[in-house]
Design a binder for this molecule. Structure first.
Ligand code: ADP
Ligand code: ADP
Ligand code: MG
Length: 638
C-alpha cells in the first residue's frame, strides 16, 4: 500500500478520499487554490500545497503544478477525484512519466471512451448494445438531416465531446432539425472546442440506469446498477440503487454488457457504464443501450457503497497499489436500498440559479451519511460547483430508504445561502417517484408543483417574527409590563408581538394570532411542540422546523437596488462571462443578446430589457463576475 497520496481535487470528493486514506493509514497531501486556503479538505489533509489562483485553469487544472507538489511532498500516487483532471489522458501519461501512480485507468482507456462517437463504435464492436443512430465523420448538415430521417424522429443531437448535458438537443420535427443542429454545434464549439455531433434515436420514456464497474486492467466485475433518472436538464438530482423494478434477467444482461465494455478497453479502477433504457413497457433486457462510459469515480458512488458495503475508494487505492480485484463477482450482493440527494446552493424558484454565500450554520442529522466539503462558517465561492453536500440514506427497503431521505432533508440545517433543500424534499415526497415510476422527464413535467411546494408553515413564520424581535431565546426579561402592549416587528410581512412573559408571547400575523410558549424542550406554537431551532446572521433569519425557512429583517439602511432605472444589466448569479455580443455605441433592440454568462455547467443568455444604445461594456469575455456585477449599461437613443 502507498505511504502517501496526493488528492488532485477539492470539495466533498477530496474530503471523502482523505477519509478513506486516513482509515487505511495512508498519509494525504491536499492541493488548493488561493480561494480554498481555509477549505475543509486542506484542514483534513496531513499536508497541503498551494498551486495557484482561484480559476481552475490557474490551479486545479495545472497538471504540472500538481505533479510538482506530489514530488515535493514525496507522495507516491495521485487520486484525481471527479471533474478537473480526472478524465484527462495527457495528465495520466504525465503522472506516470514522473514515476508516480495515477489512481485510475490508463491514459489509453480514457482516450478510448473520451469521444462518444468513437466509444459507441468501439462498444458496438465489443458486442455491447448502443443507441441506434449516426456516429460517422460526415458533418454536412444535409447529410445529418438525412441520417435523422433514417433514424426516425424524435432524435437527439449530441456533441461527441459532450459532458454535463451540454451540446445536446432533442428534435421532434424535421423542420426544426437545422436550427437545433446549428445551436448544438455552437454550444459544443464554445464548451469543448469541438463542434462534431452524433445523431441518436431519442428513447421513449427514458430511464438512465448505469452500472458501476471495477477492473484490474484485464478482468472486470460490476457492482450492480444505479438509477439516475431524476434529472433536470440532463443533470442528475437524486440517484438510487438498485434501480426500481429491476429484474434479475435485466440486471444480469446489463452487468455483463458493462463488464464487456470495461474489459474491451483493459479498464483499471472504478468506472461507470451509462445506459439509456426504454421503460415504456417496463424494464426489458432488450431495451437498454450504451450511452457513454465515465472513466472515474462518479459523484453518486455512495449509493453503491451503501448497498454493497464496499468502500470504492479503498478498492481504488488497493488496485492502484497492485493488489488483485478485492472480490469475486459471486461474492457481491445487494443489501437494501439507498438514495443520494445533491444539496446545492442554488435559487430554485429563480430558475435554479447557482448561489453563493457564507454558511452561517450547517448541521446534518445524526446517523445519516453526508459527504461534504464545507463546514459552518465556510463560503460557497463563485469559482466552483456550488454543491454543499450529498445526503445519503440506506434502508432495508426502497420505501424505508426514501422516507429516511425525506426526513434527513427536513432535518438538514443550512443558513447563509439559498439552497435546493425544499425542492429535494418535494421530490422525495413525489407520489410517482415513491411508486418507482421514474423517467428523465419527471422533474420537467411536475416542475411547477415541485418548485412551488408549500411555503413556510405558520408556526415557522411566527417563530421567525420572535427571532426578528430578539425574543427567540426567551430573554424577554427586559420587557416590563407595558410590553404586553402590541408592538410592531419589522419583518418581511406585517407582524406584531404581545409579550405576556419572557416565555409566553402572542404573535399577530396576517389576521391570525399564534400562541408561542417556551418550555424546557423548546418553543411550542398553538399548543404543539415544534422542536424548532434558529440561525441568525445579519438580516437573515432561518428557522429550522421540518425544513429550513428563511426570512429577512428589513434593513432600513439597505441600499435600494434601483438599478433598472440606471440602464444596467446585472449578473443574476456569479459566473464566467463566455461571450459579449455588443460594443459601446451600438444600438440594440429589446431581446437582443448582450452577454452569455456561464455558471454551473449552464449558459445563461442576458438580453436587452428594452431598446437603447450601449453606453458602456463593463466586462470582457473570460472575466469572472460576482452576483449583481454590472455587465452592460444601456442609455436611451436620443
Ligand atoms: P456524475 O456523472 O459523476 O454524476 P455529473 O454528471 O454531475 O457527475 O457531472 C459530470 C462532471 O462534471 C463531473 O466530473 C463533475 O465533477 C463535473 N462538474 C460538476 N460541476 C461542475 C462545474 N460547475 N464546472 C465544471 N465541471 C463540473
Ligand atoms: P453527458 O456526457 O452530458 O452526461 P450523456 O450521453 O450521458 O451525456 O446523456 C446525458 C443525459 O441525456 C442522459 O442521462 C439522459 O437523460 C439523456 N439522454 C442521452 N441520450 C439519450 C437518448 N438517446 N434518448 C433519451 N435521452 C437521452
Ligand atoms: Mg452522462
Amino acid at each position: 500500500m502507498f505511504r502517501k497520496i496526493l488528492i488532485a481535487n477539492r470539495g466533498e470528493i477530496a474530503c471523502r478520499v482523505i477519509d478513506t486514506a486516513r482509515r487505511m493509514g495512508v498519509a494525504t497531501v491536499a492541493v488548493y487554490s488561493d480561494a480554498d486556503a481555509g477549505a475543509r479538505h486542506v484542514a483534513l489533509a496531513d499536508e497541503a500545497v498551494p498551486i495557484g489562483g482561484p480559476a481552475p485553469k490557474d490551479s486545479y487544472l495545472r497538471g504540472d503544478a500538481i505533479i510538482a507538489a506530489a514530488r515535493a511532498t514525496g507522495a507516491q500516487a495521485i487520486h484525481p477525484g471527479y471533474g478537473f483532471l480526472s478524465e484527462n489522458p495527457d495528465f495520466v501519461d504525465a503522472v506516470q512519466a514522473a514515476g508516480l501512480v495515477f489512481i485510475g485507468p490508463s491514459g489509453d482507456a480514457i482516450r478510448a471512451m473520451g469521444l462518444k462517437d468513437a466509444a459507441k463504435a468501439l462498444m458496438a464492436q465489443a458486442g455491447v448494445p448502443v443507441v441506434p443512430g449516426y456516429h460517422g465523420d460526415n458533418q454536412d448538415p444535409e447529410h445529418l438531416a438525412g441520417a435523422a430521417d433514417a433514424i426516425g424522429y424524435p432524435v437527439l443531437i449530441k456533441a461527441v465531446a459532450g459532458g454535463g448535458g451540454k451540446g445536446m438537443r432533442r428534435v421532434d420535427h424535421p423542420r426544426d432539425f437545422a436550427d437545433a443542429l446549428a445551436s448544438a454545434q455552437g454550444e459544443a464549439r464554445t464548451a469543448f472546442g469541438n463542434p462534431t455531433v452524433l445523431i441518436e434515436k431519442y428513447v421513449e420514456k427514458p430511464r438512465h440506469i448505469e452500472v458501476q464497474v471495477f477492473g484490474d486492467g484485464t478482468r472486470a466485475l460490476h457492482l450492480f446498477e444505479r438509477d439516475c433518472s431524476l434529472q433536470r436538464r440532463h443533470q442528475k438530482v437524486i440517484e438510487e440503487a438498485p434501480a426500481p423494478g429491476m429484474t434479475d434477467a435485466m440486471r444480469a444482461a446489463m452487468g455483463q454488457a458493462a463488464v464487456r465494455a470495461a474489459e474491451a478497453i483493459g479498464y483499471s479502477g472504478a468506472g461507470t457504464v451509462e445506459f439509456i433504457v426504454d421503460a415504456s413497457e417496463g424494464l426489458r433486457p432488450d431495451r437498454f443501450w450504451f450511452m457513454e462510459m465515465n472513466t472515474r469515480l462518479q459523484v453518486e458512488h455512495p449509493v453503491t457503497e451503501a448497498i454493497t458495503g464496499i468502500d470504492l475508494v479503498e478498492w481504488q487505492l488497493r488496485v492502484a497499489a497492485g493488489e488483485a480485484l478485492p472480490a469475486r463477482q459471486e461474492d457481491l450482493e445487494i443489501r437494501g436500498h439507498a438514495f443520494e440527494a445533491r444539496l446545492y446552493a442554488e435559487d430554485v424558484p429563480a430558475g435554479f440559479l447557482p448561489a453563493t454565500g457564507t454558511l452561517s450554520h450547517l448541521r446534518f442529522p445524526n446517523g445519516i451519511r453526508a459527504d461534504t466539503g464545507v463546514r459552518a462558517g465556510d463560503t460557497i465561492s463563485p469559482w466552483y460547483d456550488p454543491m454543499i453536500a450529498k445526503v445519503i440514506t440506506h434502508g432495508p427497503t426502497r420505501a424505508v430508504a426514501l422516507a429516511s431521505l425525506a426526513r434527513a432533508l427536513e432535518e438538514t440545517e443550512v443558513a447563509g445561502s439559498v439552497t435546493n433543500l425544499d425542492f429535494l424534499g418535494a421530490l422525495a415526497r413525489h407520489p410517482g417517484f415513491a411508486a418507482g415510476d421514474v423517467d428523465t422527464g419527471l422533474i420537467a413535467r411536475d416542475l411547477d408543483a415541485l418548485v412551488g411546494a408549500g411555503g413556510p408553515p405558520p408556526a415557522a413564520v411566527a417563530l421567525g417574527v420572535l427571532a426578528a424581535a430578539g425574543l427567540h431565546e426567551g430573554q424577554g426579561a427586559g420587557f416590563t409590563l407595558w410590553s404586553a402592549l402590541r408592538r410592531e416587528v419589522p419583518f418581511d410581512r406585517p407582524a406584531a408581538v404581545r409579550v405576556h412573559a419572557p416565555d409566553r408571547i402572542t404573535v399577530d400575523l396576517e389576521g391570525a394570532s399564534h400562541d408561542c410558549q417556551l418550555r424546557p424542550d423548546g418553543w411550542w406554537v398553538d399548543g404543539i411542540k415544534t422542536g424548532a431551532r434558529f440561525a441568525l446572521s445579519g438580516p437573515d433569519i432561518t428557522v429550522f422546523l421540518r425544513g429550513a425557512h428563511r426570512f429577512t429583517r428589513p434593513d432600513p439602511l439597505a441600499r435600494q437596488a434601483e438599478v433598472a432605472g440606471g440602464g444596467l444589466t446585472l449578473a443574476p448569479m456569479p459566473g464566467l462571462v463566455k461571450a459579449v455580443f455588443v460594443t459601446a455605441g451600438q444600438a440594440v433592440a429589446a431581446g437582443d443578446r448582450l452577454v452569455i454568462l456561464e455558471a454551473m455547467k449552464m449558459e445563461h443568455t442576458m438580453t436587452a430589457a428594452r431598446d437603447g444604445v450601449v453606453a458602456e461594456v463593463l466586462v470582457e469575455a473570460g472575466s469572472q463576475v460576482e452576483a449583481g456585477a454590472a455587465l452592460i449599461r444601456l442609455e436611451d437613443e436620443e
